[in-house]
Design a binder for this molecule. Structure first.
Ligand SMILES: [Zn+2]
Length: 177
């Protein structure tokens, strides 16, 4: 079994990150749960998974469970990528796309390898979680079970609030020249 090295991801416009994160925070009233480093880590893993899945054929969608949304997984078709897996990825932050409770980061991904002349370029819409507060099922201080949605332990008064953060997932992809 071989392990695939992660490609180097270079953000072309890192200064845009703060503006995009602020836009999410302003619209949602909650802090954006992810950092730019989280996004670049996700993109590196996603590129490896997408190329592996593409090469694996029909069963390849299994490799995309942590990368693609359920809707995008259902439309998975292998054989879209002709080149060898990329070693370098250029990432451009484009915009926040918003509808009701869901936020997506639109990014432009340019994937290259020393063996190819032209990069493969795609737009990705990446679902971006904002934290939601949920009640822990068990008190972290006294261990009492907490079957209700109460955010304070009825035995010892400790906080039961836990921030639940949704991971990144790609919801839409589009090739462009
Ligand atoms: Zn307690």
């Amino acid at each position: 079994m071989t392990t695939t090295a992660l490609p180097d991801v270079t953000v072309e416009n890192p200064k845009e990150w703060d503006a995009l994160a602020a836009e999410v925070a302003q619209s949602s009233g909650l802090l954006f749960a992810h950092s730019l480093a989280d996004l670049t880590d996700f993109v590196a893993r996603a590129v490896v998974a997408i190329y592996a899945a593409d090469a694996a054929g029909e069963g390849g969608s299994e490799l995309l469970r942590d990368v693609y949304s359920t809707e995008l997984l259902a439309r998975f078709r292998p054989g879209q990528f002709t080149m060898v897996p990329p070693t370098k990825v250029g990432l451009r932050l484009m915009a926040v796309v918003q509808d009701e409770q869901s936020f997506r980061l639109r990014v432009k991904v340019s994937m290259t390898n020393a063996l190819v002349v032209a990069p493969v370029r795609m737009f990705w819409d990446v679902a971006a979680g904002i934290p939601t507060v949920v009640a822990s099922a068990k008190c972290p201080q006294c261990g009492a079970p907490s079957p209700t949605e109460e955010l304070v332990c009825s035995h010892c008064g400790a906080s039961l609030a836990v921030a639940q953060i949704k991971p990144f997932l790609i919801e839409r992809t589009e090739f462009f020249a």
